[in-house]
Design a binder for this molecule. Structure first.
Ligand SMILES: [Zn+2]
Length: 287
């Protein structure tokens, strides 16, 4: 199992913000202390401007390099945020590279990316790490790529990058109504949304996840990029779903059972149990 991490992602924060360094810091500790999984630690790869331009508008990227003000109330203009976000993209790209070489791989990084649209930072997200990696594999590597997003919030940013693009599809399971309010229905010809009401019983949530994975498999991807958010957990402070730790292990097993190469990248997850949730996911996908 490859885990891609870079401690510099701990170097920004705002008091009281739920997307805080301890999310990754505590998970690093948890993973270093366990001996169930054999982890090979890797670093993010460098990311060229051309990759960012595959999915984001040039004027938005210029603004992100030198932000004059916060992007919104949730999404501060942290010092150096462009470099942090670019390193998160590089972690996801490294995970993709490992997956294409036959490894299981997870990018443990921040900031998350799935709310960053082609021209806007929002919802704690600045660059669309998973969306960009999927675009790269489709455009430059001639792969047919499905993005599977199980973060409890709709991946509106990923959707904006992938909408109606050839050889790319987006499958998102998310609470609705919830932030950011989108994702109630499918979009374009390739973005498939599976809204779930708040407080959906676990067995129903699992059944839906299984049917989403069936739909995804039927689309016949060569590669699956996973936006791994852990905020559908019952005690997450930012949503109202009921999943337990073991459900993330179960989901990892189901995904691995598809027999399609895949890689995953951290999105949300704001409870103090995040290290255990990530450990459950990694245990599920381990081969
Ligand atoms: Zn989320």
């Amino acid at each position: 199992m490859y885990v891609i991490a870079d401690k510099r992602c701990l170097d920004y924060n705002a008091p009281g913000h739920p997307e805080r360094p301890s999310r990754v810091e505590d998970t690093l500790k948890r993973l270093r202390l366990q001996d169930e999984l054999e982890i090979e630690w890797e670093s993010p790869v460098p990311v060229a401007d051309e990759l960012l331009e595959l999915g984001h508008a040039a004027d938005y990227l210029a603004r992100l390099r030198n932000p004059a003000r916060d992007f919104d109330g949730d999404t501060p203009a942290y010092a150096g945020i462009f470099d942090h976000a670019r390193r998160a993209v590089g972690g996801t790209m490294k995970a993709q590279e490992a997956a294409l070489q036959g490894h299981r791989a997870f990018s443990l990084s921040r900031p998350p990316g799935h709310h960053a649209t082609s021209d806007r930072a929002m919802g704690f997200c600045y660059l669309s790490s998973v969306g960009l990696s999927a675009l790269h594999a489709a455009v430059n590597l001639d792969k047919r790529v499905a993005v599977f997003d199980f973060d409890v919030h709709h991946g509106n940013g990923t959707e904006s990058l992938l909408l109606d693009r050839r050889d790319l599809a987006f499958f998102s399971v998310h609470q609705h109504p919830c932030y950011p309010g989108t994702g109630a229905t499918d979009s374009g010809n390739n973005c498939f949304n599976y809204p779930v009401p708040p407080r959906t019983p676990r067995n129903e949530y699992r059944k839906l996840l299984e049917s989403v994975l069936r739909d995804l498999k039927r689309w016949k991807p060569d590669l699956i990029a996973v936006s791994a958010g852990f905020d559908a957990y019952v005690h997450d402070p930012l949503a109202q779903e009921l999943l337990e730790v073991e459900d993330f292990r179960w989901l990892g097993e189901k995904l691995a059972d598809l027999g399609v190469p895949f890689y995953s990248s951290l999105e949300g997850g704001y409870s103090s149990r995040l290290p255990d949730l990530i450990m459950a996911w990694l245990t599920g996908i381990d081969d």
